[in-house]
Design a protein around this ligand. Structure first.
Ligand SMILES: Nc1ncnc2c1ncn2[C@@H]1O[C@H](COP(=O)(O)OP(=O)(O)O)[C@@H](O)[C@H]1O
Ligand SMILES: NC(=O)OP(=O)(O)O
Length: 317
């Protein structure tokens, strides 16, 4: 029996509630299949498109009505945890019911402590929200001082926000308690709501979006997981991504993964954090491994027939 943390990419969840529901319904059999094989699963998810859409919706609505106010990023992440967790609970429960398994599913609204002095606050790199063409991105940046946008892995231009590293999962004990009582737990959605602790011990949200891949690695370490699955929109990690020389990788040892990352082979804000998070987790204990693969190919990846495995060395896979 393995304890497996599964991270679902925000982009892989689609752009609309209907798409999200469909993609989760498609993923649910492989998630529940893991439990049928005797494994324990903890699900986490991204929220890049969703948190950007929620934030923009309140900004646009507040520009047109004095009855609506803009909503800060931490509150937007908390809303995205509820909305995505709701669909995950429904999709997983439907599949559990279909196969006659009496498990429970619960979403934990999760706060994650970050360092207020994290240099990431001065260098926004995390893409959120919709994709724009270059001309529209330039117009938006000219109209909104302080708005930063970058090109994201050949898919278009997106707003970027600060993305500090996760330091501590506030609700860790609640998550462990639910796991001990046969719950499928959904936690650390959108990387967790980023919070800082003041000198009196109280927590306060900060305007940032934590990368869910780093939060997933932190969650996997915190719950003593054996495997970290990072599910996204591509089947494998590649070198020469998007070029005629693209080569898809079946496996990576830690040194090779670090060397390719240093050589700039992985998109900043997209594939790079996944590889870095996978390396962090695979290096955190003997026998631990991470797999990066697509949502659609997850069942094959569970059997070693798809995805890129990142592992600590020979014999570790
Ligand atoms: N070297 C690479 N190999 C594979 N995909 C890459 C690479 N570099 C950048 N990418 C892009 O990164 C994307 C995954 O990041 P992203 O969309 O941010 O993930 P998420 O699914 O977590 O939202 C892939 O779909 C692909 O477009
Ligand atoms: N919070 C986060 O990393 O979301 P994505 O996976 O959607 O980028």
């Amino acid at each position: 029996m393995s304890r497996i943390v599964i991270a679902l990419g925000g982009n892989a969840l689609g752009d609309t509630p209907a798409e999200q529901r469909d993609r989760i319904a498609a993923a649910a059999p492989s998630l529940v299949g893991l439990i049928a094989q005797g494994h324990e699963i903890i699900v986490t998810h991204g929220n890049g498109p969703q948190v950007g859409a929620i934030n923009l919706a309140f900004d646009l609505a507040s520009a047109h009505s004095d009855r609506i106010v803009p909503v800060p990023l931490p509150e937007c992440t908390a809303m995205s945890q509820g909305y995505i967790g709701y669909h995950l609970q429904q999709g997983i429960l439907a599949e559990l019911h279909r196969v006659g398994m009496p498990w429970h599913v619960a979403t934990v609204v999760t706060q994650v402590i970050v360092d207020p002095d994290d240099p990431a606050f001065d260098h926004p790199v995390k893409p959120i929200g919709a994709f724009y063409d270059q001309a529209t991105a330039r117009e938006r940046m000219a109209a909104e001082p302080g708005l930063a946008m970058v090109e994201d892995s050949g898919r278009g231009w997106r707003r970027v926000v600060p993305s500090p590293r996760p330091v501590e999962i506030v609700e860790r004990e609640s998550i462990l308690n639910l796991l001990d009582h046969e719950f499928i737990v959904i936690a650390c959605g959108g990387g967790g709501v980023p919070v800082v602790r003041d000198s009196g011990g109280d927590l306060h949200g900060v305007p940032a979006v934590i990368d869910k891949d780093f939060a997933a690695a932190a969650l996997a370490e915190a719950v003593g997981a054996d495997v970290l699955f990072i599910l996204t929109a591509v089947d494998r990690v590649s070198t020469g991504f998007g070029t005629p020389e693209q080569r898809d990788l079946d496996e990576l040892d830690l040194d090779t993964a670090r060397a390719l990352a240093a050589a700039g082979q992985f998109g900043a804000g997209s594939m790079l954090p996944k590889v870095e998070a996978a390396v962090q987790f695979a290096a955190s204990g003997p026998g631990r491994r991470a797999v990066i693969c697509s949502l659609e190919q997850a069942p094959q990846a569970m059997q070693g027939r798809s995805g890129t495995v990142i592992h600590g060395g020979a014999g570790a896979v």
